[in-house]
Design a binder for this molecule. Structure first.
Ligand SMILES: [Zn+2]
Length: 315
């Protein structure tokens, strides 16, 4: 693994792509079927993602966001040991007051040795990557960009209820990730993650590592290294890619550069937490009204869910 990481450095890894910039190369085939040994259900994850999408676009301040946030809290209260809701108001650059909620579901909250997983649950108010003016004004349904991570987390909650993790696990659902512009300059994005970085669950909160799981449902799933993660937390990248390889998913978790991505892990890296981004940005419906349930699959969610489960349940 370390060799492979080194190889990537030798062959050169491009950087500078913002999350909202051009996607990288087209992706290859999805993983061959591997029987899940972790107890994670991709079908359940898909159905939970569908519930999110069925609420409507989860744009901060909308009735759909209220319902979806309430639903996440309710689901996690029946799975996790503790659920903490961080409610806060964010004033946007144009003076609008947004009511936002980060939701933190904790398993084995008394353990000092912890792993932090995060994903955003909001969806984007505009579809700037769409082809027509009318479409560009529409909100993104966010099946992959918003709901895929939520679906995976709720299904992970099912798995962790059955098989206790061997470390403390914190599942953080961030709000307001995708609200404004990624820039540069960056305006009104990564809002929940920035808030969490300044309002950690305890002053000495220091998970052994963290993983942001974003856009992980693409039918055509292929996850290269995100290069800010690779540069700032290579040991975490190595751990996650090695676990994927152990499960037979090397064709999905590929040892290639995916460029730099401006995403929810950045405020946490800046706060000194070792958090990496697992993301497949090669997704044609990204930030368009076509980011719908038919573009994601239970199989892709099962692949990523297996890795997320194995990381915290295997010795
Ligand atoms: Zn997005």
């Amino acid at each position: 693994m370390l060799f492979a990481l080194g190889l990537c450095l030798i062959v050169g890894c491009k950087g500078g792509d913002a999350k909202e910039g051009n996607a990288a190369q087209r992706s290859g085939a999805a993983s061959s079927t591997v029987a899940s040994s972790t107890g994670f259900s991709g079908t359940a994850a898909y159905n939970y993602a569908k519930t999110q999408v069925d609420f409507g676009p989860r744009v901060p301040g909308s009735p759909a966001a209220k319902k979806a946030g309430d639903w996440i809290i309710q689901q996690m209260r029946s799975r996790a040991d503790t659920v903490i809701v961080q409610s806060f108001t964010h004033t946007t650059a144009d003076g609008k007051k947004l009511q936002l909620r980060n939701i933190l579901a904790r398993f084995r909250p008394n353990l000092n040795e912890r792993v932090l997983y995060l994903t955003h649950w909001d969806s984007r108010p505009i579809s700037e990557a769409a082809t027509t003016d009318a479409e560009r004004k529409m909100p993104v349904p966010g099946a992959n960009d918003g709901a895929s991570g939520v679906g995976m987390f709720v299904a992970l909650g099912d798995a962790l209820k059955k098989t206790k993790p061997n470390v403390g696990v914190d599942l953080l659902f961030t709000d307001g990730e995708d609200y404004g512009q990624f820039g540069p300059p960056e305006v009104d994005v990564l809002i929940g993650s920035k808030y969490f970085a300044k309002h950690l669950p305890s002053p000495d909160y220091k998970p052994i590592y963290g993983v942001l799981w974003d856009m992980i449902g693409d039918k055509d799933l292929r996850i290269p290294y995100e290069m800010l993660s690779f540069q700032q937390a290579p040991e975490v990248v190595s751990r996650v890619w090695q676990t994927a390889a152990d499960l037979g998913y090397s064709d999905v978790f590929v040892q290639e550069s995916g460029g730099d991505v401006t995403d929810d892990h950045v405020p946490l890296l800046n706060a000194g937490l070792k958090v990496i981004d697992v993301i497949d940005l090669t997704y044609p419906p990204h930030h368009t009204p076509n980011d719908t349930m038919d573009k994601i699959s239970a199989k892709s969610l099962a692949t990523v869910g297996d890795v997320a489960t194995a990381l915290v349940t295997r010795k």
